[in-house]
Each structure stands twice: as structure tokens, then as C-alpha cells.
Design a protein around this ligand. Structure first.
Ligand SMILES: Cc1ncc(C[n+]2csc(CCOP(=O)(O)OP(=O)(O)O)c2C)c(N)n1
Length: 316
């Protein structure tokens, strides 16, 4: 994708965030953003120490809450806005040929808000409207401790009217790259939606408070560790003769040291220290500001409503 394509990311799409950072301003800046979020530093660029979230205006990554399934409707809105601006020849934040990407997990794909958005995507397309939207499902087969039934994501999404379904093994970097490239080209050139289904694994418990051994056997956990995407990619590189195992380990260690160095600095950054500082950005009350904005827009509204503003219309 292009760094100017708006992205609304699942909380697990750290790889996407870092790859995009690498495209625009280098990998270290992306690693730093993520680590500042993890330690709740006040100078974290999007939430300022209030939440761990992916978001960055420079990277066209629109921040989300961690309420799963809340962002697909917004993603559809962004995709429609790109096309609307094009049709009206209006100024837009996004390039005319931009596409929107929205990533979700397999359990999130069952959330009613996601299902509603997926239906709206198909419904909109069915009416012949352009929908430049790439939905990506990162399917690790489980949502916290609840398994997604085998084959469900495909069964539910492979035949939505107007939405092309493309699937690939997310652990096979070549297959995943090929499928993703095809999906992006399809959406961009046809202005038509794709559901890209990538299978993957979940390593470790869902969160610090989640005891994975309570619902998965040691054999299952070990099997997923063997399928760690990093190991799978290392195998591909080694089998293709691109890098030797020693060179791969060396790169891994170099990257570990680089992350460690950035982390050592991130933990020293100041945090928000009072309730007032936390809510200052979250709940500002600026009635005068709002009134001024409303007054500014009256001329535009007068024009749109042909001098017949609804609040000034008398109902008989
Ligand atoms: C609306 C809502 N319901 C429940 C949760 C709690 N919750 C957080 S993550 C999660 C599971 C998500 O699973 P999946 O979409 O498969 O993503 P994964 O973590 O496996 O990548 C749930 C239920 C939430 N954050 N938001």
C-alpha cells in the first residue's frame, strides 16, 4: 500500500504500523511510537500516554479505540469519503486514487458492528457505488479464550455480493505478499472492495491477565510456537539460500538490541501525573469555540439550504 492510503488498524497490526513507518520516516520512529504507548509516556504521538493505540497523522493511520469491531463502519465511511470528494472535485485529505485498509481479527469479524459494516459494504457496492476498501482479517483462530469454528471466516465471507474474497497462508511470507498485492491492486484499480483472509497463529496469552494454559494444551501452544511467523520467514529465507541460519540469528540479535536501546530511552519519558492532565485532552468544554464554529458555518449552510435553514423554517 501507499503511505497516503488511510489505515484503520486492529490492535494486533503492529507489523503494518512498523512497515508504514519504515516507508515514511524509518523503522526506529515507529518502534519508538509503539514503545512510548506501552509505557504510557506523555509524548506518545497519538494518545499522549492515555492509551496504547496505533495512530499517526503523518502515516495516515487513523487511531481506533480498543472496542473491537468499532472501526469497520468508520473505514467504510472513509472509503466513501474518498470517492465523494473525487465526485464533487472537493478538497480532500486523501489522494484521489487512495484506498482504505481496515484490519480485524477473526473473533472481531463476528461482532455485530463488523457484520453490519460488511453488509453495508456489500449493499453499497450492489447499488453500483465505488467502495475502495480493503478489509483484512488476521485469523489466528481464537478470540481471547474462545475458538472460532474451523472454516467459519471463509464460509461467512467468501460469497458476499460485490466483495471479492482472497485467502492466503499468512505464515508463508511469499503467499501472503502475493495475495496482498493482488488485493490492493484490485481495490485500487476497480474501486471495489476485497476481503483478504490471512491465517496466522497467536503467540502467548491474549493479555497479561489471561492464563493461556487454562484453555489450551501444552501441545497446542508448542505447535503454534513452531509456526511463529518469524521462524517461518527465517525458514523460507534459509531454504531459498538468501541468508544462512547464522546470518538470520545475527539480524535477529541486532534488531533485539535496537529495540532494547529505544525501550531504555522510552521508559525514562515523563508520564501524565494528574487526573486533570489526563482529561484535559479528552473532555474539553469549549462552548465559545463551538459557538464560533457554528457561526462560521452559517454562510455555507445558508447556501446549501438555499437560505432556508431548517431551524428557521416555520412548521404550520
Ligand atoms: C466490543 C468489545 N467486546 C469485547 C471486547 C473484549 N475483547 C478484547 S479482544 C477480544 C477478542 C478479539 O479476538 P480477535 O478479533 O480474534 O482478535 P485477536 O486478539 O485474536 O487478534 C475481546 C472479546 C472488546 N475489546 N470490545
Amino acid at each position: 500500500m501507499r503511505p497516503t492510503d488511510p489505515a484503520l488498524l486492529h490492535y494486533r497490526s503492529g507489523g503494518f504500523y512498523l512497515a508504514r513507518s519504515q516507508q515514511v520516516r524509518g523503522l526506529d520512529a515507529g518502534i519508538r511510537d509503539v514503545l512510548l504507548g506501552i509505557v504510557a509516556a506523555a509524548d506518545e504521538p497519538i494518545a499522549g500516554g492515555r492509551h496504547k493505540v496505533f495512530g499517526n497523522a503523518e502515516l495516515a493511520v487513523i487511531p481506533q479505540t480498543s472496542t473491537i469491531g468499532s472501526h469497520p463502519p468508520r473505514a467504510l465511511g472513509v472509503a466513501l469519503a474518498i470517492e465523494r470528494a473525487r465526485k464533487l472535485a472537493a478538497p480532500s485529505t486523501w489522494p484521489r486514487d487512495a484506498i482504505t485498509v481496515c484490519s480485524i481479527g477473526d473473533a472481531s469479524s463476528n461482532h455485530s458492528t463488523t457484520v453490519g459494516a460488511l453488509n453495508a459494504i456489500a449493499y453499497t457496492r450492489h447499488q453500483g457505488m465505488p467502495v475502495p476498501l480493503l478489509m483484512v482479517c488476521e485469523d489466528n483462530g481464537i478470540g481471547i479464550s474462545v475458538r472460532t469454528p474451523s472454516g467459519w471466516v471463509e464460509a461467512a465471507n467468501a460469497a458476499r455480493p460485490g466483495v471479492r474474497y482472497i485467502a492466503a497462508d499468512g505464515l508463508d511470507v511469499v503467499a501472503a505478499y502475493t495475495a496482498a498485492t493482488e488485493a490492493v491492486e484490485w481495490v485500487r484499480s476497480r474501486r471495489s472492495p476485497v476481503f483478504l483472509h490471512l491465517s496466522t497463529v497467536r503467540l502467548m496469552g491474549h493479555a497479561g491477565s489471561d492464563v493461556e494454559s487454562g484453555y489450551r494444551t501444552p501441545a497446542e501452544v508448542a505447535a503454534d510456537l513452531d509456526r511463529d511467523p518469524l521462524l517461518c520467514t527465517a525458514r523460507t529465507l534459509s531454504e531459498a539460500g538468501i541468508l544462512t541460519p547464522d546470518e538470520i540469528v545475527q539480524r535477529y540479535d541486532q534488531m533485539r538490541a535496537r529495540v532494547r536501546e529505544i525501550a531504555d530511552d522510552a521508559v525514562t519519558r515523563p508520564k501524565l501525573t494528574s487526573a486533570a492532565a489526563v482529561i484535559a485532552a479528552l473532555a474539553p468544554r469549549r462552548p465559545n469555540w463551538v459557538a464560533a464554529e457554528v457561526a462560521k458555518s452559517t454562510a455555507d449552510r445558508d447556501r446549501v439550504f438555499s437560505q432556508n435553514l431548517p431551524e428557521k423554517t416555520r412548521v404550520r
